[in-house]
Design a protein around this ligand. Structure first.
Ligand code: MG
Length: 159
């Protein structure tokens, strides 16, 4: 049996924060706000994976009121969710994502993101899509006040 899941996240850009996206540190004048490292791409992937199993969302699993997750590396949270889905018998088939950001240019950083995330997901880099686009200057993302991310995941479960 196969199941899909969908995830979305958006974080504000804020001065004085490191920009961490897709597990990669990206040189930029601002970073994503958040209780954790603010990695909106990984958060969207986590929600997509939890969605495949009908297991709610990242906020329910890692509450931002819990001091244990303050400054957490989102990749570590992803590893926890991958282990959880494996324990439920799931094999991750592929994950596809879209980053929506006006700045900085994401293209040059996609290889680092794939190198960071594919091993955590346990998939080859050919089964992890990371695409980036701008928001054409429209809305808070277009005005460089936030970065948004979308993700879908496909898992295979025993019949
Ligand atoms: Mg988030």
């Amino acid at each position: 049996m196969y199941k899909t899941g969908f995830g979305y996240d958006i974080h504000r850009l804020e001065a004085g924060r490191r920009l961490v996206l897709g597990g990669a540190v990206i040189p930029f004048r601002e970073g994503l706000a958040g209780h954790s490292d603010g990695d909106a791409l990984v958060h969207a992937v986590i929600d997509a994976l939890l969605g495949t199993l009908g297991e709610g969302d990242i906020g329910g699993r890692f509450p931002d009121t819990d001091p244990r997750y303050k400054g957490a590396r989102s990749v570590d949270l992803l590893a926890d969710v991958v282990a959880f889905s494996r324990a439920r018998g799931a094999e991750i088939v592929n994950v596809d994502t879209v980053i929506v950001a006006e700045e900085p240019m994401m293209g040059p950083h996609v290889p680092a993101m794939k190198a960071a995330l594919a091993p955590v997901l346990g998939v080859p880099e050919t089964s992890l899509g990371i695409k980036a686009k701008t928001n054409e200057g429209l809305g808070p993302v277009g005005e460089k006040r936030a970065i948004a991310c979308f993700a879908v995941a496909l898992i295979k479960l025993p019949d």
